[in-house]
Write a protein that binds this ligand. Sequence first.
Ligand SMILES: Cc1cc2nc3c(=O)[nH]c(=O)nc-3n(C[C@H](O)[C@H](O)[C@H](O)COP(=O)(O)OP(=O)(O)OC[C@H]3O[C@@H](n4cnc5c(N)ncnc54)[C@H](O)[C@@H]3O)c2cc1C
Length: 391
Amino acid sequence: MKFDVIVVGAGPAGSMAAKTAARAGLDVVMLEKRQEIGDPVRCAEGVGKRALCEMVKPDPSWIAAEVKGARIYAPDGTSIVMSEDRAGSEVGYVLERKIFDRALAMDAARHGAKVMVKTRALGLLRKDGIPCGVAALRMGEPLQIEAPLIIGADGVESKVGRWAGIDTVLSPKDIHCCAQFLVQDSGIDEEYTEFFFGNALAPGGYVWIFPKGDKLANVGIGVQGSKSSSGEPVRLLKEFMKSHFPNGKVIEMVAGGDPSSGLIGSATSAGIMLVGDAAHQTDPITGGGILNAMKAGIISGEVAAKAISSGDVSLAGLKEYEDRWRADIGKHIARSYEYKEFFVKLTDKDLNQMVGSLKNEDISKMDLRGMLRVLFRLNPKLLWELRHLVV
Ligand SMILES: Cc1cc2nc3c(=O)[nH]c(=O)nc-3n(C[C@H](O)[C@H](O)[C@H](O)COP(=O)(O)OP(=O)(O)OC[C@H]3O[C@@H](n4cnc5c(N)ncnc54)[C@H](O)[C@@H]3O)c2cc1C
């Protein structure tokens, strides 16, 4: 089997890459190890409305709920509210990713990409040391697929990067260990996403409630890897359930890791581009990665078209991908990483002071940067380390 491009992984990054490359006229195959694209869902499913709609047309079949904004709780229970259009990239829609991921893959297929489910990439084929395809297992049968260019969209546990010699190792402090329940409870607020902070509640992370309509919500927790231990996120999530939804019914449960590492050293090597979680392109402070994965997927598909038509898939030929994603989402990831490094050090007293200081401010019309400026004005000593990001 010969193609121009092999995409490994049919998540949001892979499907956008496959669609973009196929639309540009390339012969593309996308491999997915699962038999059902999008299932199981390891995600709270929150995305910013505006940024999503710039990339795909919204479809009611994959929008579970639309929210008005985000409510943020300090450890002492003090809360502030941010409106949807200001709350950054995590608020707006709560998706139904089982349907969303499948719709993106179908769109890639509609644009000409071949999609192979139940097909697991096992390693790279090489010619003169340069990757020239993928060895895979399709429904138990070994398979060799040739292509000069491989896009690794295989998520947080990416093997493509490792096979290609790209350093994708995450240190424990730069990964968040997550657990999530899909909960049914009459007490769920259907209009707001909610975020709860506190070092006892979620060390180095937070608890979230993302409503999905019909009194259902994703209730989850992310704990900084260096502050977690085996089973800890589930134990802490159960504690939270006891205090907030004592009668809540758990319909589903998932666990997974979310990179919070900031910029990867390199997301390319000869014949290889890594996209999405495989390239650690999540926002380190929120853990949101869907939109960045889609954006990187689009950029990689465009660069693939140029590289294949010029016949240059060398590291230099793929430099445009590195340059473009770093200039776009990379800038935000780098800035967010600095915030994360600062915020994970805060004590509960600091968090209470910060949220409490906003109690009498009108933050409804502020974006995150504006809110940070106010926070800095009100808590200069506490936030001194972040002064270069505020001005
Ligand atoms: C608990 C949790 C909550 C989250 N909540 C949010 C949120 O609310 N909002 C948000 O924006 N982000 C959230 N994220 C992050 C988000 O889920 C990811 O950033 C996003 O899914 C990345 O997309 P991707 O395409 O890079 O990878 P993935 O969606 O992980 O897709 C990778 C695909 O590759 C396939 N694959 C892997 N290895 C192989 C192989 N060898 N061969 C073939 N196929 C393979 C996998 O089966 C998978 O389908 C959350 C993450 C977690 C863990």
